[in-house]
Design a protein around this ligand. Structure first.
Ligand code: FES
Length: 176
């Protein structure tokens, strides 16, 4: 979405947003902020621009800053355009003890990007995150709601990337 485009949710997305808002008492619609941000991210290409966050604030009848402070706190929200697959790589201590640094370095070299960047073909974004609660199977990463674990060798990293490039994984990361 470009900055000049109007932020307009689809009818289906608006219906879903209203369903979440209806879970809360009158005047407490801010409580639906997290799911509404998830809907917004899915609706607008996998990231939430300031314009999208402003629209969310308007829908929930809250101040834009209240949306910004939540969207910038949680790593699951992307604040700039991302690739088709967002590789959320765990870089917290236990995974580091099991080789997370090496896994991240391999991914950087093989994808020719740094942390936070997207590959030239728009396929992958490399995004370091904190503990994903799968410490015993590190080094690991998450793509959408799926965990990929024990990526502790070049062969496993290669197999993972090959699988993500295959037809079975054509659904964009940000798609519902
Ligand atoms: S430290 Fe990586 S999942 Fe917990």
């Amino acid at each position: 979405m470009t900055e000049t485009q109007e932020v307009k949710f689809s009818d289906a997305a608006m219906a879903e947003i209203q369903r979440y808002i209806s879970h809360y008492p009158e005047g407490r619609q801010k409580s639906a902020l997290l799911p509404v941000l998830h809907i917004a991210q899915a609706e607008f290409g996998g990231w939430v621009s300031p314009e999208v966050m402003d629209k969310v604030a308007e829908i929930l009848q809250i101040q834009p800053i209240e949306v910004y402070e939540v969207a910038t706190f949680y790593t699951m929200f992307n604040l700039k355009p991302v690739g088709k697959h967002v590789l959320e790589v765990c870089r917290t201590g236990p995974c580091c003890l099991r080789g997370a640094d090496e896994m991240i370095e391999m991914l950087k070299q093989k994808l020719n990007i740094e942390e936070g960047e997207t590959t030239a073909d728009g396929m992958f974004t490399l995004k370091p995150v904190e503990c994903l609660a799968s410490c015993g199977t590190g080094p690991m990463l998450q793509v959408r709601e799926v965990y990929y674990e024990n990526l502790d060798s070049e062969q496993r990293v290669d197999e993972f990337l090959q699988m993500m490039r295959s037809k079975e994984h054509e659904i964009p990361t940000w798609a519902k």
